[in-house]
Design a protein around this ligand. Structure first.
Ligand SMILES: Cc1cc2nc3c(=O)[nH]c(=O)nc-3n(C[C@H](O)[C@H](O)[C@H](O)COP(=O)(O)O)c2cc1C
Length: 205
């Protein structure tokens, strides 16, 4: 029996202490202020392997590429909420974030149901909405509870100190943390809704 609720925040930027991290820190502080444990996992700045569709994970429950994907899989049962942060690259999340999420969710989809989830995107100027939508697609395909804020979860800047001037972005992060905390607390002791085994309908053979 766990007595502390936990949220894992993923920093998918190649910059460990960049704008994405600054936004996630603001959200994490707000979670902590609401009594939720929060930790940030940086994906690093080395290339992240793509899913090669080998299917080995269906037998082992792990990825053949032993990196942050397997690390998160090991933590998953202790996590009540997941926040995924990415810089905006050409109006989408980074390639590394997409590769990480493809591999994580292909394995862990059935274990994600009922967890709170949020995407956070950081851009200099534009393309945040499409990047935000793309990350939310992972959450909405597997019965996660997507948490909103008082604006879409985006911040604007090129350097982390630019965010000090994006007060609306920082406020959005604080509210996101508080909203996620209250959802997690409200769900305490509530069992998951009935989940039907997925019917896979393929067309053409
Ligand atoms: C390859 C590349 C593509 C980018 N594309 C966009 C973009 O489409 N829109 C935008 O506003 N900023 C774009 N940027 C800027 C970053 O998204 C922005 O500076 C972000 O806040 C950096 O976050 P970080 O400090 O966490 O890495 C791009 C940066 C790089 C390196």
């Amino acid at each position: 029996m766990r007595n502390m609720r936990k949220v894992l925040l993923i920093n998918g930027s190649p910059h460990q202490a960049g704008c994405t991290n600054r936004a996630l820190e603001e959200c994490a502080s707000s979670l902590r202020a609401s009594g939720i444990e929060a930790s940030i996992l940086w994906l690093g700045n080395k290339p992240v392997p793509d899913c090669i569709a080998c299917g080995k994970c269906s037998a082992t429950g792990k990825c053949i590429f032993d990196d942050a994907v397997n690390q998160v899989l090991e933590m998953l049962d202790d996590i009540d909420g997941l926040v995924v942060g990415s810089p905006v690259y050409y109006a989408g999340p980074t390639g590394a974030v997409c590769s990480f999420m493809d591999r994580l969710f292909y394995i862990a989809e059935p274990r994600m149901a009922g967890k709170a989830a949020a995407a956070v995107v950081s851009c200099r100027r534009g393309g945040s909405s499409s990047a935000f939508d793309r990350i939310n697609k992972y959450f909405s395909i597997c019965s996660m509870n997507i948490v909103g804020s008082q604006y879409w979860n985006q911040v604007h800047g090129r350097k982390p100190e630019d965010l000090d001037r994006d007060q609306e972005g920082l406020q959005t992060m604080r509210t996101l943390g508080a909203n996620m905390a209250s959802l997690i607390k409200a769900q305490e002791g509530v069992s998951l809704p009935l989940h039907e085994k997925r019917i896979r309908t393929n067309f053409g053979g």
